[in-house]
Design a protein around this ligand. Structure first.
Ligand SMILES: Nc1ncnc2c1ncn2[C@@H]1O[C@H](COP(=O)(O)OP(=O)(O)OP(=O)(O)O)[C@@H](O)[C@H]1O
Ligand SMILES: [Mg+2]
Length: 243
């Protein structure tokens, strides 16, 4: 399959207004590209700007300056409705705290992204069931999220992300709330989705041991990229350009 450039970020800056006046700049000239089929870890210490960067990648927020193209579409000046449409069409989101609807059962949660797609209820149920089978939770349809372990909740969230048939999965600290055994299961699952289905994966983490599951690490420090390349032998190499 031809690899296409699905993400093009050129000199992205992001500032937030401060309550005391003025602004805080969080991202400085962030530039990178992503090819379809890549599995990337965005790594960096707490407060370095990872989630801010992920929110822009995921069209949840827009940059203050710079150019951002997602699947060939310039999202920089899009309206909220246009951004929502792009998200729904291309991206599956996975979060640290699962973001499941606590009063809805597992099947309803997985059906959610299919709501606005103009498909029949029957087809939505069938698709959600198929996704639950894929994550090994076919026998838990009627459970509420509170009745599941953390690892199971994250698998429901992954089934939900997959239900919309995304080309790209964005995961912000997907194993942050899990013990290492469950975390490893989730990471292996991502690896399999990437390899077998060709889904592009961008995962945020602050741990090198987790970033190692990816093929490429983009390391952010103080809002700037200081390493972008294959997983290095030693974590210290990620810091070699920090002044
Ligand atoms: N909506 C916002 N308004 C104001 N400041 C913000 C906003 N979002 C993030 N920031 C600031 O931007 C900086 C980077 O935050 P960000 O959440 O991107 O870091 P992070 O690398 O994801 O950290 P963590 O590992 O703790 O999740 C922080 O100083 C934070 O206070
Ligand atoms: Mg964060």
């Amino acid at each position: 399959m031809m690899k296409e450039n699905i993400i093009f970020m050129n000199k992205i800056c992001k500032s937030f207004p401060l309550e005391i006046g003025g602004v805080q700049q969080v991202l400085f000239d962030v530039t990178f590209n992503v090819l379809s089929g890549e599995f990337i870890a965005i790594m960096g210490p707490s407060g370095s700007g990872k989630s801010t960067c992920m929110n822009i990648i995921g069209a949840l927020d827009t940059p203050t300056s710079g150019v951002y193209e997602l699947y060939g579409k310039n999202i920089t000046n899009m309206t909220n409705d246009e951004l929502a449409k792009i998200r729904n069409e291309y991206i599956g989101f996975v979060f640290q705290n699962f973001n499941l609807l606590s009063k809805r059962n597992v099947l309803d949660n997985v059906m959610l992204p299919l709501m606005y797609r103009g498909i029949s209820t029957e087809d939505r149920i069938a698709r959600a069931r198929e996704m639950l089978r894929r994550v090994g939770l076919e026998n838990f349809e009627t459970y509420l999220p509170t009745q599941l372990s953390g690892g199971m909740k994250q698998r429901v969230a992954i089934a939900r992300a997959l239900a919309g048939n995304p080309k790209l999965i964005l995961a912000d600290e997907p194993t942050g709330a899990l013990d290492s055994k469950m975390g490893n299961e989730i990471l292996k699952f991502f690896k399999q989705l990437n390899k077998d289905m060709g889904i592009t994966i961008i995962m945020i983490t602050h741990e090198f041991e987790i970033a190692k599951y990816a093929h490429r690490i983009v390391h952010i420090y103080d809002g700037r990229i200081n390493y972008d390349g294959p997983v290095p032998q030693k974590e210290s190499i990620l810091m070699k350009n920090v002044r």
